[in-house]
Design a protein around this ligand. Structure first.
Ligand SMILES: [Zn+2]
Ligand SMILES: [Zn+2]
Length: 274
């Protein structure tokens, strides 16, 4: 029965075809062009916008994700709040009802909340209540945008309210600050280890991932080489997208590391206990 269920789930996922560009820009705004717009918008496919807040506006240069369904549009994160965001999001989302939620509650991900009506709260309790987690941080909950079902997992460790979002259509896994090409700040080591293990198990259990997309880039394109903290410019950035094997790698190295927090430097991420 389990096998049949997984097969039927997989067959409902559209394959990457020419109808979907499903590519990334050759170059994200890395802060080196002072005339760059406040936000760089890239349509991954016709319903998935990747938005980078310009490094010129804040050194965090966070990535925001706008996922469009037939009825609702989910904006995941509102950036640092140093530049207007709502006019852009309303233009991109059209008539759809806007849902404003977050990968987690840190200031560089919720900074623009004040522009919007009723964003989802920032605490684990509020996030659990909104999305319907009965046993936070366990379980996987579904969130339907109308013809587009997302799966959300609670992955505390970097932040108590951290979410990962899996999009069945594009097979993108949005991983926020828990996995991106940069310094993965771990504030709660046991929770982070458990979260990464759950996330890797979810992917292995019939939820194939095309790319893992996080919320920052802090590595150069030299393996394992990061920028200085707070750098306003990122020449020669690492790509945003991470191959799903990198999630497997992260799960393996934090499992092997054991119960004591330890810094782990790899080609595509640095585990950085704080
Ligand atoms: Zn964070
Ligand atoms: Zn962040």
């Amino acid at each position: 029965m389990q096998h049949r269920r997984i097969v039927s789930h997989l067959s409902s996922v559209p394959a990457a075809t020419d109808n979907y560009r499903m590519t990334f820009p050759s170059h994200w705004d890395d802060g080196t062009d002072p005339s760059s717009p406040d936000h760089q918008v890239h349509w991954y496919d016709e319903r998935t916008a990747i938005i980078r807040q310009s490094l010129r506006t804040n050194f965090e240069g966070p990535f925001l994700y706008l996922l469009l369904g037939e009825e609702r549009a989910l904006l995941l994160d509102t950036g640092t709040g140093h530049v207007p965001l709502r006019p852009l999001i309303e233009e991109l989302a059209g008539e759809r009802e806007l849902v404003i939620a977050h990968t987690h509650g840190h200031g560089d991900h919720v900074g623009g909340d004040g522009e919007f009506d009723k964003p989802v709260g920032r605490s684990a309790e509020e996030v659990a209540a909104y999305f319907g987690f009965a046993d936070w941080p366990n379980g996987v909950v579904q969130f339907d945008l109308g013809g587009r079902v997302l799966d959300a997992l609670a992955i505390p460790g970097h932040h108590a309210s951290h979410l990962a979002v899996y999009d069945r259509d594009t097979r993108l896994l949005l991983s926020g600050d828990s996995l991106y090409p940069g310094r993965l700040y771990v504030f709660d080591w046991p929770a982070f280890r458990a979260s990464v293990a759950r996330l890797a198990a979810f992917v292995a259990d019939g939820n194939p991932v095309e790319w893992v997309l996080g919320a920052h880039i802090e590595l150069t394109n030299t393996p394992g080489q990061d920028y200085e903290m707070g750098d306003a410019r990122h020449p020669d950035e690492h790509e945003l997208q991470l191959h799903p094997d990198v999630l497997t790698e992260l799960a393996e190295v934090v499992a092997e590391a054991g119960e004591a927090p330890v810094r782990i430097e790899r080609d595509h991420f640095i585990v950085y206990p704080v």
